[in-house]
Design a protein around this ligand. Sequence first.
Ligand SMILES: Nc1ncnc2c1ncn2[C@@H]1O[C@H](COP(=O)(O)OP(=O)(O)O)[C@@H](O)[C@H]1O
Ligand SMILES: [Mg+2]
Length: 240
Amino acid sequence: MTELLLECRNLVGGYVPEVDILRGVSVHVPRGEIVSIIGPNGAGKSTMVKAVFGLVPVREGQVLLDGEEVTGEPAHELVRRGIAYVPQRENVFPSMSVRENLEIGGITSRAGMEARMEELFTMFPRLAERRSQAAGTLSGGERQMVAFARALMSRPRMLLLDEPSAGLAPKIVAEVLETIRRIRDEEGVSVLLVEQNARAALAMSDRGYVLDQGTDAHTGTGPQLLADPKVAQIYLGVRP
Ligand SMILES: Nc1ncnc2c1ncn2[C@@H]1O[C@H](COP(=O)(O)OP(=O)(O)O)[C@@H](O)[C@H]1O
Ligand SMILES: [Mg+2]
């Protein structure tokens, strides 16, 4: 066991050959921690998370999970190794029921699927009440819970979340972030969290990275980044 569950070393890559969106990004997630990535639109935050999950070609650098290199492995193999990914958009099947969405999340680990689902329904009682309802009929916050629960079906140790609070009302944003903290505490998973709500995300994170133009411009503990005047001015919308 190494202290770092996820290590991304100097990742260079992008969607098409010779166009590097990631230009040497290093992001580390210590075991059991919540690590946030913040930064302006188009900085490469989503691309970074997709590269970790094998969805964007990595041309240079390495991704290590628990000390083992997994760079460029296909997503299904990464799920088998204990990574789960919740994309920013279209992260539930709207016409399927809550239960069916969770079944799809458990497809790679069918043994014990029913028991796992019940565990997650205990963790998310609102989903238990709505288990037969189509996911598309739920509120934005509830749909995000479905996406989390679906990802947790495979019992991951590393959870990648891309802007889970995007487009939600402020009260619901707080609820979603609190749920992420609860997932970390109760499931013992480590979390890499991309967030637009930078201040709220940093406040509940052990560590944060500011990504800008495909590189990691700043890093520090949540409180350090919140207190850094340069970070505050540029990325948190604070006037000097
Ligand atoms: N599917 C894609 N194909 C080609 N370029 C893309 C694709 N998705 C994003 N990009 C480009 O990659 C850059 C970084 O985008 P992204 O990682 O989505 O930024 P962020 O998540 O920080 O807002 C942008 O210039 C964007 O236009
Ligand atoms: Mg994005």
